[in-house]
Ligand binder design. Structure first.
Ligand SMILES: [Zn+2]
Length: 363
């Protein structure tokens, strides 16, 4: 028994060494950055300058993407999909300063992304250069993701919530692989509430795709055994069927001609690229009423993403936050439904581009 233990810990060391060597290689050889391993689907992440400015820099976007990729790869593993998903090391920064304010603008964004000769033409050129299988465009504004069904294009808001516990990023990615809402499952446990497999909507997601098999998992403190799906609720099967073809999209792309409609864009290292400047703006007044009504007076050359946090008693731990945006065609923004009340001594802080720009102490 002792010998076995020694062998396995020795193997453990070997594995770590191999990982280190691989990581070292991919940093130093440009060829390795684009070369695709078998059973791998690559994603080229592009982000708008608006998203990077709102996120306080592209490094924050990359951190969220890494969380989303881990959630996605864990779910694929849980669902016995033998493919993993990897981000192309470099991201594409697109000069695009608009926010998508609602569902219809997100829909428009995805339609525009599909066009090889449209605003995102340079993204398509970089996709060809990097031989990326799938493209994910990250935008600022409305908090959602959206993807082509059995396609190659998806769009996601930059915020951490999209890539983290909500599983929105894995959900959208699986749409690209053909998974549908109809084939998802919803489970109801009276005392624990509802759960859904990843393509469902509404309830809390579990990191599995629907499938014709039974699992046992801990849900809200109790071990439960249940079927993930059945013959007609089997997104895992669909993903397994479509993954091989998706993993070859990148190497079979046609040439992309430059287009006059193209927005300026460049390949960047998201960890080291400078945060975009954002629009020219000025905040002339920032105050909060005792009922929590936040008033901001401003001028901005373009729509501006903002965040307001309340620090009770002027302390250092914020009580929630309130993300919103300032319309370039207006000069005053009133947020009347912010749930934090302005009690005497509370401090409210206005953030733009991830930085504190104004604060207000409730008298
Ligand atoms: Zn969906």
């Amino acid at each position: 028994m002792k010998k076995m233990t020694q062998i396995s810990s020795y193997l453990g060391v070997l594995v770590i060494l191999l990982f280190t060597t691989t990581a070292f290689k991919s940093e130093n050889s440009h060829k390795n950055l684009t070369a695709q391993n078998a059973n791998e689907i690559t994603v080229l992440f592009a982000y708008t300058t608006n998203a990077a400015f709102s996120a306080g820099g592209a490094a924050n976007i990359k951190r969220n993407v890494d969380i989303g990729l881990k959630n996605l790869n864990d779910a694929l593993k849980n669902s016995n999909v033998s493919y993993s998903v990897r981000a192309i090391d470099e991201f594409v920064e697109v000069e695009y300063n608009n926010t998508a304010a609602d569902f219809s603008s997100v829909d428009q964004l995805l339609k525009e992304l599909r066009k090889v000769d449209g605003k995102f033409n340079k993204v398509h050129q970089f996709r060809k250069q990097k031989q990326a299988d799938i493209v994910c465009l990250i935008f600022g504004g409305y908090g959602m993701g959206y993807a082509d069904l059995n396609g190659e294009m998806m769009v996601c808001n930059y915020e951490e919530g999209i890539f983290g516990g909500s599983y929105i990023f894995p959900h959208e990615f699986a749409h690209n692989l053909g998974a549908t809402h109809e084939a998802a499952m919803l489970f109801d446990w009276k005392e624990a509430g509802s759960r859904r497999t990843l393509e469902g909507n509404g309830a809390v997601a579990i990191p599995y795709f629907s499938e014709d098999r039974t699992i046992t998992m801990d849900v809200a403190g109790a071990k439960r055994t249940f079927a993930l799906g059945d013959a007609s609720h089997d997104n895992a099967k669909t993903i397994r069927k479509n993954a091989p073809a998706k993993s070859k999209l990148g190497e079979n792309l046609g040439n992309v001609a430059a287009s006059n409609n193209a927005l300026a864009a460049k390949l960047v290292n998201p960890l080291s690229v400078q945060a975009p400047q954002g629009p020219v703006y000025s905040i002339t007044a920032f105050s909060v009423s005792t009922t929590g009504k936040v008033t901001i007076k401003y001028q901005t050359a373009d729509d501006l993403a903002i965040n307001v946090k309340c620090f009770p008693g002027g302390g250092t731990s914020p009580f929630g936050d309130c993300k919103s945006s300032l319309d370039k065609n207006k000069n005053e923004k009133i947020i009347a439904d912010y749930y934090a009340e302005g009690w005497s001594g509370d401090k409210f802080v206005l953030y733009v581009g991830g930085k504190e720009v104004k604060s207000y102490n409730v008298p």
